[in-house]
Ligand binder design. Structure first.
Ligand SMILES: O=C(CO)[C@@H](O)[C@@H](O)COP(=O)(O)O
Length: 242
């Protein structure tokens, strides 16, 4: 069993920085209306395999109110989702979705952050098992196309994580709507994964409203793929400050 206080100092420092970031990012979930009660979680990868033979995961403790989260209460796990001796009370358990997050990190090295919510509109599309079509330039920018649907998978083993990887590995979208459950998002870091969750709920809402328009949404048309590619490339590589 790994003991945080016995790891190299630079790894302990990496974990401390990550704990502060992940704790602060959880405040973005209620801020953007993505969660009710405690129904959402954020995690981040600590890249320390060169020093200790494995990366680590920092994730929210299960069922703890966002108002009560702090860096010191962020739980540290290995890539199998097992809590290490991390300085938190032994009884403090990691998120109930830790197995899913861990499976994604173990199978998608490019992923540095994972988020799961039950945000209303994205979860409604998940309930319909319907991909969100790429009918908005904002979708082309952020998702590079439609937001796909993943398989029905229930919490408790690797099945949710496996479903996320099956869909997103090799896919441009950083979001997947797990059928009958809700959105999971990934990013190069936890902040990007949170942004993807915010944008996923925003476009889910907008497209839903467009579909409910007077014409029954029949004029809601997908963007031409050639336009999508150009928009995605611009947004990912030009937009913002560099
Ligand atoms: O949907 C579920 C449980 O079914 C979880 O994603 C949600 O309640 C958040 O759980 P955690 O507080 O992260 O354990």
């Amino acid at each position: 069993m790994l003991v945080l206080d016995e790891l190299p100092v630079e790894v302990q420092e990496q974990v401390a920085v990550c704990r502060a970031e992940v704790s602060a990012l959880h405040a973005e979930l209620p801020r953007w209306g993505l969660v009710v009660w405690t129904a959402g979680n954020v995690s981040a990868r600590v890249r320390c395999a060169e020093q200790i033979g494995t990366d680590l995961i920092v994730i929210k403790p299960s069922g703890v109110s966002y108002d009560d989260l702090s860096p010191e209460r962020m739980v540290v796990c290995d890539l199998q989702g097992r809590k290490i001796v991390d300085g938190t009370p032994e009884r403090l358990t990691p998120s109930s979705d830790t197995a899913a997050h861990a499976y994604v990190y173990a199978h998608m090295d490019r992923v540095g952050g994972v988020v799961h919510t039950h945000s209303t509109y994205a979860t409604a599309w998940a309930a319909r098992r319907e991909p969100i079509p790429c009918v908005l330039t904002m979708m082309a920018d952020e998702f590079g196309g439609e937001i796909p649907v993943g398989p029905v998978a229930v919490i408790g083993d690797d099945s949710i994580g496996r479903g996320i990887v099956e869909v997103l590995d090799g896919h441009r979208s950083p979001a997947v709507l797990m059928a009958n459950h809700g959105p999971f998002t990934i990013g190069a870091d936890a902040r990007q994964a949170v942004k993807a969750a915010v944008m996923c709920e925003e476009v889910a809402r907008t497209v839903q409203i467009a579909r409910e328009g007077q014409d029954g949404g029949k004029n809601v048309q997908a963007l031409d793929p050639s336009l999508v590619d150009g928009l995605y490339d611009r947004y990912q590589n030009v937009y913002g400050q560099h």
